[in-house]
Design a protein around this ligand. Sequence first.
Ligand SMILES: [Zn+2]
Length: 387
Amino acid sequence: MLAGRTTTEELLAYLVAFDTTSRNSNLELIAFVRDYLAAFGIESVVVPSEAGDKASLFATIGPSGVGGVCLSGHSDVVPVDGQPWTSDPFTLTPKDDRLYGRGSCDMKGFIAACLAMVPDMAAGRLSTPIHLLVSYDEEVGCTGVVPAVRRLGVDLPLPRACIVGEPTSMRVVDAHKSGIAYVTTVTGREAHSSMPQLGANAIFAAAELVGELDRYRAELVAAGDPSGRFDPPNTTVQVTVIQGGTAGNIVPRDCAIRWNVRGLPGFDEDALLDRFERFGREVVLPKLRETAPEAAITTDFIYKVPPLAPQTGSEAELLALRLAGQNRTYTVAYGTEGGHFQAQGISTIVCGPGSIDQAHKPDEFIEVAQLRACERFLKGLIAECAG
Ligand SMILES: [Zn+2]
């Protein structure tokens, strides 16, 4: 095990070496973090996934029972499959002033910087606690953090503020859209395509549903973004995958469409879903049931990432702006775990090292200067929490 002080770069090399692609277990990485913290006398709470093959880790440095600031990062990374890397993605590779490796930027760099500061946190006689949360399954819908977040304020401390260290180039981000993905499945009835009156064509039905989604899309473009903060300046609706049919001479029984909504903060996704399901029930389904009483249309969630709503003057915002030495906040196009913390009543912003431009790409890297900036930010936080 590591003893004494370990640098951010050394810790990042360890973290990158764990292949925590979202489809894999992250338990070895979690054990590494738990053992590292234990070496400083810090206890961790490990929150396992339902299947038990993954886990989040929550740890508190400083006094218990008094709010504090949570630093949160996800341990999983996106796949490298099919990407043309010029170095081993799971070996941190320094070159010029950059460190290459999968997750170096998104977002093991932030976790490494937090861990490197643990000796200072432990020695800092904090009067305000600093909590660390390392999650999983962020890259597949921000779902892995939820079981741990639900325990904050229940049997784990409720932080007063949360900083999610996604790569923002250390800018303070206070807003992003929600992201909800659905799959709608249409079931009709098969028949020879010369005798369509004996079947119920699931693709025709799905096409009507797609047309309805396209009407929502156009309405939302017209409604725009009153806040003027988002790009594109509206809630978006997209159909992303359509699958149906089996052969050129068979009336198709099955068709599935995947679609998603990225909502401005405050957008009522449930109302949109209600409207869509009513359209299916009242307009599309009766036609299928003329010939196929067993026909059905069902819509299920794939994932739901809540939006991050700007909370001007919030504790997290003021703290992060002070520590980052900045005076304005930003909006990002991607979703984060931040909305889950906000939904739990915790003032939350997103701020972390590295640029989102490098995330998810072959030859992902983080600039060493970004890690130094993150360390300065964290040193400032430790000073404030000790004061
Ligand atoms: Zn990320």
